[in-house]
Design a protein around this ligand. Structure first.
Ligand code: NAD
Ligand code: TYD
Length: 373
């Protein structure tokens, strides 16, 4: 197969590209990425010279460019991850989110529809979405209860659910942020292209990911870096909001499985039944960074700084991924405490990566490279 992976220079995309390039030498993997602030080719250094990998710098909104690329590369699969992905940025600049997440997705759909022209055998358009499209769940059990399900991801000492309801595939969409509204809109377009033109689509909605190569504007890498440098940790509101966390490589494994075995026109939710209040994760991060740096454990608790809450801050996300587990046999491979330890170690060991990102050097490198300097 010749597969376009969009957003392959970003956090999750880079893990998906790495998995596909290493696991499928017989495929050609074409990473299409605009290299916005969130794209960083340093995330793919270890595979960039592989013969089955190609990078193309392109905006997914460039319909003509995408259509021509599909013809030139005889593309039979698209795994679509490119998006504006940060809620706080979407609150400041919603237009960019509508442009990339909605118009960009539409441009890919239309190019695939025209190029495949009804010959859908062996073809697939896989759209990666988020659990945030379902809106927010209530915290009916703020102290936590034993959840109805567990997986390897949630098998540690902390095994909690903070409400009775979970996001299932049948739930009505109720996005609250401009980010989730734009993702919800793109999901609707993907399903509309299946229902109207028969395009062989599949959609997945995943919970919060964590792991190496995440841009340090998101909670976990931002806080690891701040703890290391003893900078304040800006906790929104009371830190009571709940997110459901999955190690990024487990998401990439699910994407591989669903791309090959998922049913056309289906939706699968991906998550590890692993709910955490932000403040509890932050305490784990402080203890882990302190321990790994040889500081007394918990010495940096005073960095916690409560700040004004995020506008429209969703209270609780919790995915029910039992359909994916039942139908395709997927399970997370990593327990959360192991994943966090691995993640903290990675950021501490890769300070140069972090410094180039936080200083903005990585962007200058591309601008120079593409200007031929
Ligand atoms: P990211 O912000 O780290 O990476 C996004 C990538 O897309 C970057 O490389 C960027 O350069 C590229 N991009 C942005 N606009 C583009 C455009 N117009 N044309 C081409 N490329 C463009 O995002 P991420 O966290 O890796 O998320 C990837 C996907 O997974 C997104 O669709 C997101 O909605 C979804 N998702 C993310 C999470 C999470 O926790 N991060 C959870 C569930 C779903
Ligand atoms: P984030 O990593 O931005 O992911 P999302 O908003 O998509 O879930 O945020 C995770 C949680 O952490 C969310 O409840 C907001 C909170 N948060 C803070 O309290 N402080 C911060 O500086 C950031 C970036 C997030």
């Amino acid at each position: 197969m010749n597969i376009i992976i969009t957003g392959g220079a970003g956090f999750i995309g880079s893990h998906v590209v790495r998995l596909f390039v290493n696991k499928y030498p017989q495929y050609k993997i074409i990473n299409v990425d605009k290299l916005t602030y969130a794209g960083n080719l340093a995330n793919l250094k270890d595979i960039e010279d592989k013969p089955n990998y190609k990078f193309v710098r392109m905006d997914i909104c460039d319909f003509d460019g995408i259509y021509k690329l599909m013809q030139d590369e005889k593309v039979d699969g698209i795994i679509h991850l490119a998006a504006e992905s940060h809620v706080d940025r979407s609150i400041k600049d919603p237009f960019t989110f509508a442009q990339t997440n909605v118009m960009g997705t539409l441009s890919l759909l239309q190019a695939a529809k025209l190029y495949w022209d009804g010959n859908y055998e062996g073809r697939r358009f896989y759209h990666i979405s988020t659990d945030e499209v379902y809106g927010a769940l209530e915290m009916t059990h703020p102290e936590g209860i034993k959840p109805p399900f567990s997986t390897k991801a949630s098998s540690g000492e902390h095994h909690m659910a903070y409400g009775d309801k979970f996001f299932t595939e049948e739930l009505k969409y109720q996005p609250h942020s401009p980010y989730s509204a734009a993702k919800a809109s793109s999901d609707h377009f993907v399903r509309a292209f299946h229902d109207t033109y028969g395009l062989p689509t599949v959609v997945t909605n995943c919970s919060n990911n964590y792991g190496p190569y995440q841009f340090p504007e998101k909670l976990i890498p931002l806080f690891i870096n701040n703890i290391r440098h003893r900078k304040p940790l800006p906790v929104y509101g009371k830190g009571e909001n709940v997110r459901d966390w999955l190690y990024v490589e487990d998401h990439a494994r699910a994407i591989d499985l669903i791309f090959h075995k998922g049913k056309i026109a289906e939706t699968y939710n991906i998550g590890g039944f692993n709910e955490w209040k932000n403040i509890d994760i932050i305490r784990v991060l402080i203890n882990t960074v302190d321990r790994l740096l040889g500081r007394p454990e918990g010495a940096d608790m005073d960095l916690i700084t409560y700040v004004t809450d995020r506008a429209g801050h969703d209270m609780r996300y919790a995915i029910d991924s039992s359909k994916l587990q039942r139908e395709l046999g997927w399970e997370p491979s990593l327990q959360f405490e192991e994943g966090i330890e691995k993640t903290v170690r990675w950021y501490l060991d890769n300070q140069e990566w972090m410094d180039r990102v936080t200083s903005g050097d990585y962007m200058k490198y591309y601008e120079d490279m593409y200007a031929g300097r």
